[in-house]
Design a protein. Structure first.
Length: 527
């Protein structure tokens, strides 16, 4: 403990010079008189020492009288100045030291003695000379009537912000000082130097013991996830150890129901972070709980200063909206069938198809059955839809998997509001002339502005053969359309550049070596 002494409360007494105008004349007169006295009585110095001392003392007294000395001591007028006493009642005060006593016990003992009704305690002496204000401080600064019998349950120790708040509250009042009872563990950032300019003197009283017990804490937890909602989430845990030199640390990650998903054990001298990979089973907000404990060489749990900081709650937002993908094809093929089959069991993916089953046709008299004059591809339309059926110069498109009858009713979207509702766009074997100039620029904006994904599949009317060279869509394709492609006939294997390895959709294994082994085990491509 650091007891509050009387010299810390009041300014010490001091000797002042009353008349500064006589300071140098008094020095000259006194020095001259002393020299004359010593010189005149030099021969009789051994016989009349007492007389000489008395004469010198007389000259010193005359010199002191000329400067008019004053004896000054500053004491506060009772109740004129404010003095604040603050108790840090955060949960860190409940930590028990090796001597079996907690910091809260030490503070309660000190405060119970100080709050006694009879005079004589240090708190009563402060109250006699100052306007005493009592406060508690943890999550925020709070006024209290008594300081004893505190409940130490605050979630944080906002010491810096609390002191600044107190200084702002008494900005226009005489605040003589602040007595702060704390363990010194502040959980908020230190304030700037200019923020403390108007702060009164702070007298800290620390309750820490030299016998600190070992403590293990979850210092920091972070989660990283890829663009795919069903991909594993990487959880990284950074631990902090104090007063621990031997043993091991067991760290576990649990789901919201308390089921342990994975546990890892490492030595106490290993300061590397602990990493977990978990795969959420549901969309939306998912909760995980990280717990760590200190163990000895036999695997038994070691008691710590506190176990409150051994657990951390982690929140992962997996999203709850469907990923909508627009598939545009120039002709019916097998790819759309297999794509739909692949995502049929994926609750987070929705595939919408816009497939052209016929190109533009010249307008002519088409006779199929007896008396039929409309295009046979539109056979089955009602009488009210004959105007649509006879538009021979428009491509015939089929919509699959739309939300309602209005979606894609006019074919490929021509407005940003209609196209930007999708998360990705797949172009399969369709030429550039299928899109208008505005639609091609819209696809470019879909990638550059909206951040949507674009995938172009090969075919007779894709890439160079689709005449995408020098078009807005061709500019965003990751291939060079100026150079004619060469085709290998057999034995083609996939190889990725460094930029390719950084793409999340190719990382199907935990590390690069496992990915390389996976690529080598794949069958070779024919073309």
């Amino acid at each position: 403990m650091m007891p509050l002494t009387r010299t810390q409360l009041f300014c010490p007494a001091r000797l002042l010079i009353g008349d500064h105008n006589w300071l140098w004349p008094a020095i000259v007169i006194g020095t001259t008189g002393i020299l004359i006295t010593v010189l005149l009585n030099y021969r009789r110095l051994a016989l009349n020492r007492l007389a000489i001392v008395l004469r010198v003392a007389g000259w010193l007294l005359i010199t002191a009288c000329l400067v008019n000395p004053l004896w000054s001591s500053a004491r506060p007028r009772p109740g004129a100045n404010v003095f604040a006493v603050i108790v840090d009642n955060s949960r860190s005060q409940t930590i028990t030291d090796l001597d079996g006593r907690s910091r809260a016990d030490r503070f309660n003992e000190l405060l119970e003695e100080a709050e006694r009704t009879e005079s004589g305690s240090w708190l009563q002496r402060i109250d006699e000379h100052f306007d005493l204000r009592r406060y508690t401080l943890s999550d925020y600064l709070q006024v209290t009537t008594r300081l004893d019998s505190q409940e130490y349950g605050g979630q944080s120790s906002r010491l810096h912000s609390g002191l600044i708040q107190l200084a702002e509250r008494f900005q226009d009042q005489p605040l003589a000082g602040i007595l702060l009872l704390t363990d010194g563990n502040a959980t908020d950032n230190g304030a700037a130097s200019d923020a403390w300019s108007g702060l009164a003197p702070v007298y800290p009283v620390l309750a820490n013991s030299a016998l600190l017990p070992p403590d293990l804490a979850v210092h920091k937890v972070s989660a990283s996830q890829s663009a795919f909602d069903d991909a594993p989430v990487t959880v990284q845990v950074q631990l902090q150890l104090n007063g621990v030199s031997q043993g091991s640390v067991c760290t576990s990650i649990m789901d919201a129901d308390g089921n342990v998903l994975e546990s890892q054990t490492q030595a106490v001298d290993d300061d590397s972070p602990v990493r977990f990979k978990v795969r959420p089973t549901t969309a939306g907000t998912v909760f995980y709980r990280v717990h760590t404990e200190l163990q000895d060489d036999t695997g038994s749990t070691v008691s710590e200063a506190t176990e409150i900081n051994n657990t951390h709650l982690l929140v992962v937002d997996r999203g709850s909206q469907l990923r909508r993908v627009l598939y545009v094809s120039g002709r019916p093929n097998w790819e759309f069938k297999f794509l739909r089959r692949a995502i049929d069991t994926d609750p987070q993916m929705e595939l919408i198809g816009l497939i052209r089953i016929a190109h533009k046709e010249a307008k002519f008299e088409f006779r199929g059955r007896s008396g039929e004059r409309s295009n046979s591809l539109f056979r089955g339309f009602e009488e009210s839809e004959q105007e649509i059926a006879e538009e021979y110069d428009e491509p015939v498109l089929v919509r699959l998997g739309t939300r309602d009858d209005e979606e894609l009713i006019s074919g490929f979207p021509g407005e940003a509001l209609d196209l930007f509702q999708y998360d990705a766009l797949i172009l399969d074997d369709i030429e550039a002339d299928f899109f208008t100039a505005d639609q091609q620029q819209l696809v470019r904006d879909f990638v550059s502005r909206r951040g949507g994904g674009l995938l172009m599949l090969g075919g007779q009317e894709s890439f160079r053969r689709g005449e995408y060279d020098r078009t807005p869509i061709g500019e965003i394709l990751p291939v060079d359309l100026y150079i004619a492609a060469t085709t290998a006939q057999s034995g083609v294997r996939l190889d990725l550049t460094r930029e390719g390895w950084l793409q999340p959709w190719v990382r199907l294994r935990s590390d690069e070596e496992a990915e390389k082994r996976r690529l080598q085990a794949m069958p070779a491509f024919l073309t």
